[in-house]
Design a protein around this ligand. Structure first.
Ligand code: HH2
Length: 280
């Protein structure tokens, strides 16, 4: 199983780590930490040194209630960081739902477009089709400002699955090859804590759609609700959710804490590789 991106074909026979670089003043867990070009580039270098397989750059927060950022401001935040990141030897993803930002990112050498709106906004499918870029199509409803009002589901796994299957089909019909597509259940997006947990418990059903799954549980609110921990103390919860997601078929983990996640996956892989002698 592979994820075809512009410059790299990622072997997904082992789970991969996507390191988050939010070049924003207001992201929910790291807003303002690397929102200038110099510190953002240094953060990219650090995540690659820690073992990130992919970098994911974002210039607009999508936390619940986040305000929109206009195209030029979003692009101004990430442009120079992207130009530096594409020289670091790993595929670089840009987290955006705006077709103009997608086009500029692809012109600057981005390998992947990560769209929390699953290429639904006008011009998004056309911006990516023909580029050879990998895409991550994520489930959400509405917009970050209002999405939690839309957290109403009967069968959350089934409804998310139906949506993702439709978006993958639309992407393919627009000319994006199947091997470029990964799907994401969108943990925390228009979903209550209960929905997120049901979705993770039933995540294996989404694997049956036939595309690799990418998941983002890192530091999210549901982990705080379960553990009572503040956003900067959710590493243990994030690792537990990440490994549970791998158990349920996830192939790419979108995380803030790259070094710890890489270690956790090394332990997982070591157990997988252990040979079991027969009982005599
Ligand atoms: N979560 C966030 C942003 N982008 N993309 C994908 N594919 N999956 C996710 O779960 C996902 C995502 C939110 O996390 P973060 O980037 O840390 O925060 P913010 O949106 O506040 O910048």
């Amino acid at each position: 199983m592979h994820w075809q991106t512009r410059r790299f074909s990622l072997d997904l026979n082992r789970p991969r780590v996507m390191g988050i670089v939010n070049v924003t003043p207001d992201s929910f867990s790291d807003g303002g930490r690397h929102d200038d070009t110099r510190t953002a580039i240094a953060h990219c270098e650090r995540l690659v040194a820690e073992g990130a397989d992919i970098l994911d750059l974002g210039g607009e927060s999508t936390r619940p209630g986040a305000p929109r950022v206009d195209t030029d401001s979003e692009w101004a935040r990430i442009a120079d960081v992207l130009a530096a990141a594409v020289t670091m030897g790993v595929p670089v993803s840009v987290d955006t739902y705006k077709s103009d930002v997608m086009r500029r990112a692809l012109d600057t050498g981005a390998d992947i477009i990560n769209d929390v709106q699953a290429l639904q906004l006008p011009g998004a499918l056309a911006a990516v089709a023909g580029s050879g870029a990998g895409v991550c199509l994520m489930h959400m409803r509405g917009e970050p400002a209002s999405m939690m009002d839309l957290a109403l589901y009967g069968d959350v796994v089934g409804e998310v699955g139906t949506f993702l299957a439709r978006r993958a089909q639309a992407a393919r019909e627009s000319g994006i090859p199947a091997e470029c597509i990964v799907l994401d259940p969108g943990y925390g997006f228009a979903k209550s804590g209960e929905h997120n947990l049901r979705l993770l418990a039933g995540q294996q059903r989404l694997v049956e759609l036939g595309y690799p799954l990418l998941v983002g549980w890192s530091r999210k609110r549901t982990l705080g609700d379960i553990t009572g921990r503040a956003v900067d103390q959710r590493l243990a919860g994030s690792l537990a959710a990440a490994l549970r997601a791998v158990c349920a078929g996830a192939k790419v983990l979108r995380v803030h804490d790259v070094a710890a996640t890489v270690d956790a996956l090394k332990v997982w892989a070591a157990v997988d590789a252990a040979t079991i002698p027969p009982i005599k």
